[in-house]
Design a protein around this ligand. Structure first.
Ligand code: COA
Length: 186
C-alpha cells in the first residue's frame, strides 16, 4: 500500500465527503449527539456543501491522502487563522483520516504539509480548535501543542479548546515529522 499526499482537486470531492462522513460516524459517536451527526451527514449531501468545499480549496491549503491512486483516505485544510486571534496567524482547520488508516503516520504527514505551506506564507505559528471531549486530542499533544484558548462551539454548544504551536519551523525539526515509510508527499 502506498499513500500519496497531494493537493486536493475538484474531482476528489466525493472522496473527501466520504472521509468526513465516515470519520464523524466513528470518531464522534458518543462525543457529539447522534441527531447532530445525522444532520451533519445530510448537510454534506447537498450541492451547497460541495460548493463550500470548492471555495475552501481555492482559499486555503487543502491536501488529500490517497491510497494506491484510487481512494481518498484522509484530508487536511489549513491557512490563515479565521478569527483574528491576537497571537496565532495560521490555523489547521480540519484533519480527518478514515478509521482503518489511522495510526499509520498519515495525520502527521498531512499536518507537516499544512505547516510547510504556512511557513511559505511567512507564518510561523498556528492553532487548531478541537472538541474538549474529542478522544483524539493526544494527537495534537504528541506534536507538542499546548492548550492556549477555550470557547463554546457556535452551533454544537459544546466546549472546544485550541492547541497552539508557537514555532512551526522548529516544530518541523521534531523527529516525529520525518518521512514515514510508504507515504509520499508531492
Ligand atoms: C486525529 C487524527 C487526524 C490523527 O491522524 P493519524 O493518522 O491517526 O495520526 P498519526 O498516525 O500521524 O499519529 C501520530 C501520533 O499521534 C499520537 N496519536 C494519534 N492518534 C492517537 C490516539 N487516538 N490516541 C493516542 N495517541 C494518538 C501518537 O503518538 C501517534 O504516533 P504513534 O502511532 O507512533 O504512537 C485521526 O486519528 C483522525 O482523523 N481522528 C478522527 C477525527 C478527528 O478527531 N479529527 C480532528 C478534528 S479537527
Amino acid at each position: 500500500m502506498k499513500i500519496i499526499i497531494r493537493n486536493a482537486e475538484n474531482s476528489d470531492l466525493t472522496g473527501i465527503i466520504n472521509v468526513h462522513v465516515e470519520t464523524w460516524k466513528t470518531a464522534y459517536k458518543g462525543v457529539v449527539p447522534d441527531n447532530y451527526i445525522q444532520s451533519f451527514i445530510i448537510r454534506t449531501q447537498h450541492k451547497t456543501w460541495q460548493n463550500q468545499l470548492k471555495i475552501m480549496m481555492k482559499d486555503n491549503n487543502f491536501f488529500v491522502a490517497e491510497r494506491d491512486k484510487d481512494r481518498i483516505v484522509g484530508f487536511a485544510i489549513g491557512g490563515l487563522e479565521r478569527s483574528n486571534h491576537p497571537n496565532y496567524k495560521g490555523e489547521l482547520m480540519g484533519i480527518y483520516i478514515l478509521k482503518e488508516y489511522q495510526r499509520q503516520g498519515i495525520g502527521k504527514a498531512l499536518t507537516r504539509k499544512i505547516i510547510e505551506e504556512l511557513i511559505k506564507m511567512e507564518i510561523n505559528n498556528m492553532l487548531v480548535w478541537v472538541l474538549e471531549n474529542n478522544p483524539y486530542r493526544a494527537f495534537y499533544e504528541t506534536l507538542g501543542g499546548k492548550i492556549v484558548d477555550k470557547k463554546e462551539h457556535e452551533t454544537l454548544r459544546l466546549p472546544v479548546v485550541a492547541y497552539g504551536y508557537d514555532d512551526l519551523k522548529d516544530l518541523l525539526k521534531k523527529s516525529c515529522f520525518l518521512n514515514v515509510q510508504n507515504i509520499i508527499t508531492m
